[in-house]
Each structure stands twice: as structure tokens, then as C-alpha cells.
Design a protein around this ligand. Structure first.
Ligand SMILES: O=c1[nH]cnc2c1ncn2[C@@H]1O[C@H](CO)[C@@H](O)[C@H]1O
Length: 322
């Protein structure tokens, strides 16, 4: 496949241990060309997300890929951000205290970079959004034609008909900026939402981790260093000796959509109250007797089943053969 035929991907990320895994899998996926990373708060604050994104590209020897720093606040300028340091460590990468990266982010905001790339390659860019959706919503605000110019938005977010992971209602990425998420879901872009109803089926076991540890692959080696805290968190929070592969699953959905099945409908996000961050799907089959918040809104795709063994195998292969 020629360079220009590959699917161009921008990863919007808050690294994050499972983000690191997704980024490495992406860099070792011949089907796609990673044309940039944009950063966002979530697992860590945005400044640290930028630092970690630059660091991971240095580990991978891919400093040719630009990093554009994203928003430090929510779309409504909120600063009470919820940071998941208890999942990933205070540094986001397992508390290993890696030295600071040598590289710098480009002199362009994440939203401006997203708009620019969508204009450069109309219909050809996929955004894989692995954190709260602020940058994507800002790109839509910056350029109302962005949803039609971007190829696809594959987002890790939502808990469709299952409990959330922040509280019973909300999944972490949607909870991080529910207003931005509602803008993105109703924007008319080609969206595939991969929620925790799907990613909780894709687990990396202790046996898989041992296999990674025995591998000489540089990504496998690096990840084994940082995975400890992610396993401890899952043991503590879910009483399981395995970890959920949230971000790698979303990334692979962009690489090969046939790894999942999805349904199509309208998604709205609750932006206030105890269910703030709740994602509600309307299958559009019922003709309601009144106009609802879902009426006449564009539909999106929501993942419902996943070929988990195939995803785990792909993740393992691409980390070990590196
Ligand atoms: O309990 C949690 N609270 C906050 N963030 C979490 C939790 N578990 C996982 N993640 C992070 O949020 C995304 C999936 O929702 C993933 O990026 C994961 O690393």
C-alpha cells in the first residue's frame, strides 16, 4: 500500500497507560499513518499529557510526528478537572519518573491543528479521540464545516446501557467534558463511539503481561515497566487480575472497523445533575408524540459487540513485534 493510500489518523490523547499502549499499536499498524498527536486533560493535566505524548514519540523514535497541545479547560471554561492519577500514577505513566522529553509541541493549538488537517485532506482524516472531547468540540466551534470535512471520529467514550466507571451514570471521558461531548455527538460528523460496554470485554491478563515481559519488542518492554499501577488499580476497583484495553480497542476500531459491530442512532449527553455525563442512545425507531431532545439530530454509530480475542491478539502482536 502506498503512503498516500493509508488512512491518516490524528490521536487526541491524555496519556495515560492505555493511551501509551494505543499510541504504540498505532505506530506499528501498517494500515494507518499517524499524522499527529493532540493532547487533552483526563488521565493527567494537559501540560503533562503533552509531555507524555512527546516522551512516547521519543521512545518510539517517531519525533517526526507533531504534537499539538490542547485545551487546559473544558468547553465551558471549567477548571475543576477530574484527573485519574489513581488509575495511571501521578505522572500518568506508572510513576516511573522518566526524564523530560527533548521535543516541544508545535506552535498551534490542538483544535487549530485538527481543522488544518481536515482542510488539507478532506474526508481522509480519522480522529481517534481517547480523552474528553474538548479539542474536537473546539475544532467544530472554530470551523462549523469541520464535521463534514473530517473523515471519521472514533471516540472512546460513553457507557451504553451499562454503569459508568466514574459513577453509576458516567464514563470518565464523557464525564470530563459532557458539554463538549454533546456538541460532538450532535455535530453531524461520521462518529463511531466505543464505550465501556464494549471495552470492558477486552482484557489483558496476567498471562498476557508475562508474555509481553518475555518479548524483546521495545514497546512490550516499555509497557511492562509502566503496567504495574494499572493492574493494581483494576485489582482494587474491580477485583480482577486483568486490565481493560480501553484505548487500544478504540484505536483498532479505527484501523479495522470489522472488529466490532455497531448500532446507529442519536446520542445525547446529560450535562447536569447526578447523571451528568450519562450518554443516552435513541434508536430512532419510535415516533414519539412530542419533539424530544433527540428529534431531528444526526445519528452516530455506537459499538455493541467486539471480537475481543482478535483485538487482544493484535495488540500483543504489535507490541511484541516492535
Ligand atoms: O475509574 C476510572 N476513573 C477515571 N478514569 C478511568 C477509570 N477507569 C479507567 N479510566 C480511564 O478512562 C478511560 C475509560 O473510561 C480510559 O482512558 C481509562 O484509562
Amino acid at each position: 500500500m502506498g503512503e498516500d493510500e493509508r488512512n491518516k489518523v490524528v490521536i487526541d490523547t491524555d496519556p495515560g497507560i492505555d493511551d501509551a499502549m494505543a499510541i504504540f499499536v498505532a505506530l506499528n499498524s501498517p494500515e494507518i499513518e499517524v499524522i499527529g498527536l493532540t493532547t487533552i486533560y483526563g488521565n493527567v493535566y494537559t501540560t503533562l499529557a503533552t509531555r507524555n505524548a512527546l516522551h512516547l514519540l521519543e521512545i518510539a523514535g517517531r519525533t517526526d510526528i507533531p504534537v499539538a497541545e490542547g485545551s487546559h479547560v473544558t468547553i465551558t471554561k471549567g477548571t475543576k478537572l477530574r484527573i485519574a492519577d489513581f488509575v495511571h500514577g501521578a505522572d500518568g505513566l506508572g510513576n516511573l519518573n522518566f526524564p523530560p522529553p527533548k521535543g516541544k509541541p508545535i506552535d498551534q493549538s490542538a483544535a487549530a491543528f485538527l481543522v488544518e488537517q481536515a482542510n488539507l485532506y478532506p474526508g481522509k482524516v480519522t480522529v481517534v479521540a481517547l480523552g474528553p472531547l474538548t479539542n474536537v468540540a473546539l475544532a467544530i466551534e472554530l470551523d462549523p464545516a469541520f464535521p463534514k470535512k473530517i473523515g471519521q471520529i472514533v471516540l472512546l467514550g460513553g457507557a451504553f446501557s451499562v454503569n459508568g466507571n466514574v459513577n453509576p451514570a458516567a464514563e470518565a471521558n464523557i464525564f470530563g467534558d459532557p458539554d463538549a461531548a454533546d456538541i460532538v455527538f450532535t455535530s453531524g460528523a461520521d462518529i463511531l463511539a466505543v464505550g465501556i460496554n464494549v471495552t470492558h470485554q477486552v482484557v489483558l491478563t496476567e498471562a498476557d503481561r508475562n508474555k509481553l515481559a518475555l518479548s524483546k519488542g521495545k514497546y512490550a518492554q516499555y509497557l511492562c515497566k509502566i503496567l504495574g499501577i494499572y493492574f493494581s488499580y483494576h485489582r482494587e476497583a474491580y477485583s480482577t487480575q486483568a486490565v481493560y484495553l480501553h484505548d487500544p480497542t478504540a484505536l483498532l476500531a479505527a484501523v479495522n472497523p470489522s472488529l466490532l459491530t455497531y448500532i446507529e442512532g442519536v446520542v445525547r449527553v446529560q450535562t447536569s445533575g447526578i447523571t451528568r455525563g450519562l450518554t443516552i442512545f435513541d434508536n430512532t425507531k419510535k415516533r414519539y408524540g412530542e419533539i424530544t431532545g433527540w428529534s431531528n439530530k444526526p445519528t452516530v454509530k455506537v459499538a455493541v459487540t467486539v471480537n475481543a480475542p482478535a483485538i487482544v491478539e493484535l495488540v500483543m502482536d504489535r507490541l511484541m513485534n516492535s
